[in-house]
Design a protein around this ligand. Sequence first.
Ligand SMILES: NC(=O)c1ccc[n+]([C@@H]2O[C@H](COP(=O)([O-])OP(=O)(O)OC[C@H]3O[C@@H](n4cnc5c(N)ncnc54)[C@H](O)[C@@H]3O)[C@@H](O)[C@H]2O)c1
Length: 436
Amino acid sequence: MGTGCNRRQFLRGAAAGWAALAAGGAGAAEEPLPKLRVGFVGVGNRGRSDLRELLLTGGVEVRAICDIVEAKVVQAQKMVTDAGLPKPAEYSRGPEDYKRLCERDDLDLVCTATPWELHTPVCVAAMKAGKHAATEVPAAITLEECWELVETSEKTGRHCIMMENCNYDRVELMVLNMVRQGLLGDLVHARCGYLHDLRAGKFNPRRDVLWRLQHSIRRNADLYPTHGLGPVAQCLNINRGNQFDHLVSMSSKSQSLHDYAVETFGPDSWEAKLDIALGDVVTTLIRTRAGQTIVVTHDTNTPRPYSRDFLIQGTKGIVRKYPAAKIYIDKRSPRHRWEDLLENYADEYEHPLWRALRERAKGSGHGGMDFIQAYRLVYCLRRGLPPDSDVYDAAALSAVTELSERSIGNRSRTVDFPDFTRGGWMRREPLGIVEA
Ligand SMILES: NC(=O)c1ccc[n+]([C@@H]2O[C@H](COP(=O)([O-])OP(=O)(O)OC[C@H]3O[C@@H](n4cnc5c(N)ncnc54)[C@H](O)[C@@H]3O)[C@@H](O)[C@H]2O)c1
């Protein structure tokens, strides 16, 4: 493993942590740890993938694993022993057994990749028991949960990290690097979203994964805002000199998931008789304190190719990732024409993390970004550095679900974002460009 960040970045990071501590805030710097001792809650598809990436970093000891399905615990235990580490303890005595895991006295971090409704309860139990918490996305599904995370993290001084892996994808990090170097000028606008045909997944016949469908039945909202918004928030310095201020949200009618159910399972099936609340396309428009607008799309019920619609626009240029990575820079690109981003700009603007970790990340989840995320999580916690994203980021990004739901439910009326930092965003430094 390399040296992580350079000295200036270390000092800046540490200073930010100490300042947060002095202000009674969450996200403080910590004592370095020889190995990160981890407990895992929820080892389904994603949990096992997170576990694999953490093991690949070589910086963790996995002490305990919890899942309501014992066979999944056994599978995950084997992954750990196959990696040459001691067998972790098993926790599978029911839906609240994660609390027993959190009470262990030999853990630094509890990770959770359970269904959404358990993310906040697991993180809160972990922090109250003195552990850092890392959760899959979203960190919370209501505003009340967002506040609970913030208050618990502040009170306990433990980190609560939302594992937004898309923040670490190659193009997104390259664009962050460009933004920091001023290539795009002053940022004015962004687009992003989660546009992923999940129809088959929502009706997955394995009963334990139907939890995703339940949210589509109950809620008309942007149910999954963080994959799109995470990288945009990094570029716009959200919670670090800037904030989401207010939003309006509008939803199309709900049709495609029903049509899919009729075609796939027949008109008399229980699937076809479901009343789906979630509109096919939910569009949210956010305005930031610094004057930028962001269009966020949630589209998981229609037939379509995958996209996170990532686009950043400034006074000097514009860059987008989907359907192909393109860029236009004023006075540099041929007038009115997109250029190929990777071909023409990667040499100059590749993010240092990607330059350093590309080989190690090869073959890892989602094109390598999952490894880079795991690397940074372990790296920061082991060295006592503030993580790249903290509880305020987790809350601000997750809050979009309930805020969009309120706006949609109220003829797209404007809804204000809560200030989870209670004014702290004005004093917090933007994220640095970290190295590996
Ligand atoms: N970041 C990403 O790229 C990404 C990708 C996929 C999923 N996810 C997120 O990961 C999470 C899990 O998704 P998944 O696809 O792995 O779902 P899954 O259903 O495969 O896994 C969830 C696991 O949680 C377990 N579980 C349920 N209740 C529990 C409880 N009370 N205590 C302990 N374990 C419990 C289930 O048995 C299952 O093994 C979701 O939040 C999802 O949004 C993120």
